[in-house]
Design a protein around this ligand. Structure first.
Ligand SMILES: C[S@@+](CC[C@H](N)C(=O)[O-])C[C@H]1O[C@@H](n2cnc3c(N)ncnc32)[C@H](O)[C@@H]1O
Length: 405
């Protein structure tokens, strides 16, 4: 049967609503439930929206309830008895719109002004064949078959649930980036902050990474995270806002501005292929705001190209492509060293194989080390002298470099 032909839309007996919602939300197959729209119940609603999703905490399944009152959101993780009580409270509000996602179905329930209840159900988009799906579920943060709605809205999946061939590289990049984020978030002590983690995505473009991080942390890992995506491209920001609205992503904002104009103090700064010196702007913002964690995958570098002066290396610099590659490596070495001098435990890793992107180096930096260690400062000065250049990051940091570089 074609996917769309499976959809049904019928009136539901009001008395059946409560047991239906309780069974699904407290049952083992829940993916996500969201309640919103005008309240038709007896009580004055305290919340505009409520989202319920299963999370795993120390190996135990819990339900996470996130209540949004328009100004802030309050999230708590409930054991089975607490979940039942929390759900009864929500059902008493009588939200007009309920959207449920289970492993098998997408269910929309709408209560009309006259109190009639309409329900539409459709199977979730089919996933890849069982063996592949099983492997993917184990291996990647956003598996096909489990994250289909997000991937569809991102334009990565077709309506039939297949990754578009042209989007395979982006899909892989995002999954690999999420793996890195997931590991270091724990290391940086950000997974248990007791408040939402504030994350900035610099040069977010069409917001693949922004949407994916928002979904993965809030919905899969159960870590409350608020994201802001910034980009100078107005069209892309408009498209990103549309996508986040389609997803009902509550802790997500976009801003059309330059990275160096963003007035924010994030805990985490991300930059995936922010062009040329936009990567330095992202690093400078993170350092100035004392962000705890930085994950940056640099893109093209132009600033040092043509400026490197190292007499002994003239034979290497004579060839354009070798000079370009050298400038890339030198730029990233300067960046990593500046971060280390300014108190970040920094390493540079290949986060993905070159088959998916030629720009595959990631700078990972976690704050908390002593600032201005003499040995690193000496190395930095020697490196500058050797190449005869001043890296852009030093210039853009200005006083924020504290006189160390
Ligand atoms: C190669 S795209 C990467 C987009 C996205 N991070 C991704 O990986 O899909 C680089 C983006 O950075 C944005 N950009 C470049 N310089 C910027 C700056 N100084 N401030 C804000 N955005 C910038 C561009 O508009 C573009 O959307």
């Amino acid at each position: 049967m074609p996917y769309d032909d499976c959809m049904s839309n019928t009136e539901l007996d009001r008395a059946a609503l409560h047991p239906l919602l309780t069974d699904i939300i407290l049952g083992p197959d829940l993916g996500r439930a969201s309640f919103g729209g005008p309240a038709r119940g007896a009580t004055a609603p305290r919340w505009q929206r409520v989202v319920v999703r299963p999370v795993e905490l120390r190996g135990e399944r819990r339900l996470q309830f996130s209540h949004f009152d328009g100004r802030q959101d309050i999230t708590r993780n409930c054991d089975p008895a607490e979940s039942l009580a929390a759900l009864e409270e929500i059902l008493a509000v009588g939200f007009a719109n309920v959207h449920l996602t289970t492993h098998a179905e997408d269910i929309d329930i709408r209560t009309s002004k006259k109190g009639k209840v309409f329900i539409s159900r459709k199977p979730t988009a089919p996933s890849a064949p069982a063996v592949l799906a099983h492997n993917r579920v184990k291996d990647v943060p956003l598996p096909e078959g489990r994250s289909n709605r997000l991937l569809e809205v991102m334009g990565i999946l077709t309506r039939a649930g297949q990754v578009r061939p042209t989007m395979r590289a982006k899909y892989t990049q995002i999954n690999e980036f999420l793996k890195q984020l997931s590991h270091v978030l724990d290391d940086a002590g950000l997974a248990t902050l007791g408040r939402p983690v504030e994350i900035l995505d610099c040069g977010c473009g069409a917001s693949y990474l922004t949407l994916a991080v928002h979904h993965y942390l809030n919905e899969v890992r159960g870590i409350a995270a608020r994201l802001i995506g910034v980009d100078v491209n107005e069209d892309l920001i408009r498209k990103s806002i549309e996508r986040s609205e389609r997803l009902g992503a509550a802790r997500l904002q976009f801003s059309c501005e330059r990275i160096d104009a963003a007035a924010v103090r994030p805990d985490v700064v991300l930059a995936l292929h922010a062009c040329d010196t936009a990567t330095d702007d992202a690093l400078a913002l993170a350092i100035t705001a004392q962000a705890r964690l930085i994950l940056s995958v640099p893109c093209c570098h132009h600033h040092l190209n043509g400026r490197l002066r190292a007499e002994a290396l003239r034979p290497l610099l004579r060839h354009g492509i070798l000079e370009q590659r050298t400038a890339d490596l030198v730029t990233d070495a300067f960046r990593a060293l500046i971060l280390r001098i300014l108190g970040y435990r920094t390493d540079v890793v290949e986060f993905i194989s070159t088959e998916h992107t030629a720009r595959n180096l990631m700078i990972r930096a976690v704050g908390g080390l002593p600032v201005g260690e003499a040995g690193f400062v000496r190395e930095y000065r020697a490196l500058k002298e050797f190449w005869g250049v001043t890296p852009y990051l030093e210039t853009v940091l200005g006083e924020a470099a504290g006189g160390f570089v």
